[in-house]
Ligand binder design. Structure first.
Ligand SMILES: O=C(O)CCC(=O)C(=O)O
Ligand SMILES: [Fe+2]
Length: 413
């Protein structure tokens, strides 16, 4: 429940801004600054009462940003700025101004993704079990774009260490994280992301925060245990990704399978640490992470046991990826779809916000160096050639202009 803070309203000196407290989850210490104009605009919009602070207590204290990111402030601003056009485009109900997207989606059917035991890749070439494993990987990348792997060779301690370090980073106050992770990370403001700064409606809002870390920059991380955990994880994850893309390349009988070894090194890859705080009031109105495809060859995702990751199936319905403590999730990215001329699928996925539980995940993006040209290995190609840098710049431009990524369709011939 959101409440306003405790100083009495002084009519001789009315405040222009007030704090909104989330009393139930955090007690009276988590607050968000909200314009009075915003509050009255919210009241004028016939928004359901759960969206509007109920009491009008005010304060003149300085805003202390050292708490959770101010998600609810963004939500109130988005509601204030809503327009009928946005309502139509994003399925906002005309009667109550809230998003009416499939509310049952959080609980949509858990899908058991293809599960591949990749220890069989260690058998000698031509061994029937190795060949079977290679076929399973290729089939899953074609039909699903997503699969889980077990016996992947990344030691449990490496994953546990990363998990502990990730939680430590996110426990820092918001003001420190916003400044680039402070002393722990020292990576510059752009590495920390929260919500969605370009959101123009609730549907474009992500109830999550993330550190996006170019592996090339990790030597700048001051915290030794964090740096070493990332170094070790990035090294083993790069090897694993390389092994999988080489299986996929061999399955297409593509020439020059050293393309990946040459163009994708540990230092051209990225790590994204995600945290999804509980979202008590808006979990059915916002995503944890908006639907998207990844701009990479392949992602390796480690998720905790909370769940919420969903992928879009061919028929446009969403399926939940059931958390498996022993498995890693692998998903094909846009670059591999282009390189394979559309044979392997970069599938849309999203994360649902949870009302009660905090969730962590970590995605390792297997990417090439910026100047690498992505050229289909099959002729005639359906995509024009492009460099990874060109792709990223186009994505950034589209996101800025429309709030959404257009992606690979921009490069269709
Ligand atoms: O949190 C997850 O499970 C998925 C994260 C993801 O899709 C991403 O970081 O691109
Ligand atoms: Fe993703």
């Amino acid at each position: 429940m959101v409440k306003l803070c405790s100083a009495p309203w002084n009519s001789r000196c009315p405040p222009t801004r007030i704090y909104v407290y989330d009393m139930i989850r955090y007690g009276p210490c988590t607050r968000t600054l909200m314009d009075l104009g915003t509050i009255s605009a919210l009241k004028g919009l016939h928004i359901p009462s759960k969206f509007i602070p109920t009491s009008t207590m005010t304060t003149t204290e300085a805003y202390d940003p050292c708490f959770e990111p101010p998600f609810e402030l963004i939500i109130s601003t988005l509601l204030q700025n809503h327009s009928p056009e946005i309502d139509n485009n994003h399925k906002l109900s005309p009667t109550n101004q809230t998003l009416m997207y499939e509310k049952q989606d959080y609980n949509c059917k858990f899908t058991v993704l293809p599960l591949v035991d990749i220890s069989h890749l260690g058998l000698e070439e031509g061994h029937p079990m190795r060949e079977e494993c290679e076929r399973e990987i290729a089939w899953a990348a074609k039909d699903w774009g997503f699969f889980q792997i077990v016996n992947h060779g990344i030691p449990r301690q490496v994953l546990e260490q990363m998990k502990g370090e990730q939680e430590k980073v996110f426990r820092q106050p918001f003001c420190v994280k916003r400044a680039g992770g402070g002393k722990l990370l020292n990576l510059g403001e752009e590495c920390y992301r929260w919500g969605n700064p370009t959101a123009t409606c609730l549907r474009q809002m992500s109830w999550s925060e993330a550190f996006h870390i170019p592996i090339n920059d990790i030597s700048r991380i001051e915290d030794e245990s964090l740096r070493s955990a990332i170094e070790i994880f990035a090294a083993v994850a790069t090897n694993l990704a390389e092994k999988i893309v080489e299986v996929l390349a061999a399955n297409l009988r593509a020439e020059g399978t050293d393309y990946f070894r040459v163009n994708c090194t540990r230092d051209s890859c990225y790590l994204r640490m995600n945290r999804y705080p509980p979202c008590p009031n808006f979990s059915s109105e916002v995503f944890g992470l908006m639907p998207h495809t990844d701009s990479d060859f392949l992602a390796i995702v480690c998720q905790d046991s909370v769940g919420g990751l969903q992928l879009m199936k061919d028929d446009g319905t969403w399926a939940s990826v059931s958390p498996n403590p022993n498995a890693l999730v692998i998903n094909v990215g846009d670059l591999l779809q282009a390189w394979s001329n559309g044979v392997y699928k970069s599938v849309k996925h999203r994360v649902m916000a949870s009302a009660k539980e905090e969730r962590h995940s970590m995605a390792f993006f297997y990417c090439p160096k910026s100047n690498t040209v992505i050229k289909s290995c099959i002729n005639p190609s359906i995509y024009r050639n492009f460099s990874f840098l060109e792709y990223r710049l186009q994505v950034q431009k589209d996101v800025k202009a429309t709030g959404d990524k257009v992606g690979l369709s921009r490069f269709l011939l």
